[in-house]
Design a protein around this ligand. Sequence first.
Ligand code: HEC
Ligand code: HEC
Ligand code: HEC
Ligand code: HEC
Length: 121
Amino acid sequence: MTSNKDLKIASLLAIVLFITGFTCYAAFPPPSPDEPVRLMFQNAAGKVLFTHTVHSYDYDISCLDCHHNIEDDDIYNCSECHEAEGDDYVPGRTDALHQQCIGCHQDMGAGPVDCNSCHAM
Ligand code: HEC
Ligand code: HEC
Ligand code: HEC
Ligand code: HEC
């Protein structure tokens, strides 16, 4: 026989598990379909392969750390603001990418910092 008390404990447990499950689900949303999985940057120094999904999820970097944005929380291509030629205030596209990519690899002591290890193809 199941007592009333057991039933109460069981349903309480069910509620707690449901909330935990839902919170975990909500905290780690699946990648949205318009996020690039990987990007290949074509340029004069040799192609650079950038593992976009791996960086965001496996290396645990939040979107807005890279897609820093001054106006709203939307995500734009860097070139929207970083044109080919920069100025004193806003760095140009290559400088912006070099500073962000290499800067983080240096800070974290992980990831390529030598020209050829990024411009590998
Ligand atoms: C480690 C840095 C980094 C992280 C973290 C990151 N991104 Fe990106 N993302 C980039 C770069 C660099 C590009 C290429 C931008 C360019 O070519 O100007 C890009 C491109 C994109 C694009 C295509 C934009 C376009 O208009 O071409 C989308 C959408 C995007 N990212 C969404 C996201 C989302 C959502 C997250 C978080 C889940 C995220 N990104 C995390 C660096 C990052
Ligand atoms: C909505 C406009 C906008 C977008 C999109 C944008 N930036 Fe910037 N970025 C700026 C402005 C403005 C500055 C200069 C002022 C400042 O530092 O905030 C800047 C400065 C920087 C700097 C200089 C260091 C720093 O943080 O001050 C780096 C590096 C940089 N951006 C990288 C990127 C990269 C990489 C992307 C794309 C993933 C990107 N930015 C997208 C507007 C933008
Ligand atoms: C906020 C931090 C951060 C930024 C910004 C960042 N990276 Fe990384 N990157 C990492 C970390 C952490 C690793 C993992 C190194 C390891 O585990 O050995 C890594 C690894 C890599 C690797 C080797 C492994 C792989 O996943 O391919 C490449 C290539 C790379 N990054 C390219 C880039 C490029 C290109 C950019 C700029 C568009 C960039 N990264 C921006 C943190 C960053
Ligand atoms: C962490 C990865 C990484 C490292 C390390 C790196 N680069 Fe780059 N490099 C990039 C990315 C990303 C771009 C931007 C490609 C784009 O604009 O689409 C780029 C662009 C360039 C360009 C093209 C400029 C243009 O106007 O077309 C040159 C040249 C270049 N890098 C040279 C170098 C040299 C020299 C070194 C070593 C001192 C170096 N890079 C180190 C990732 C890297």
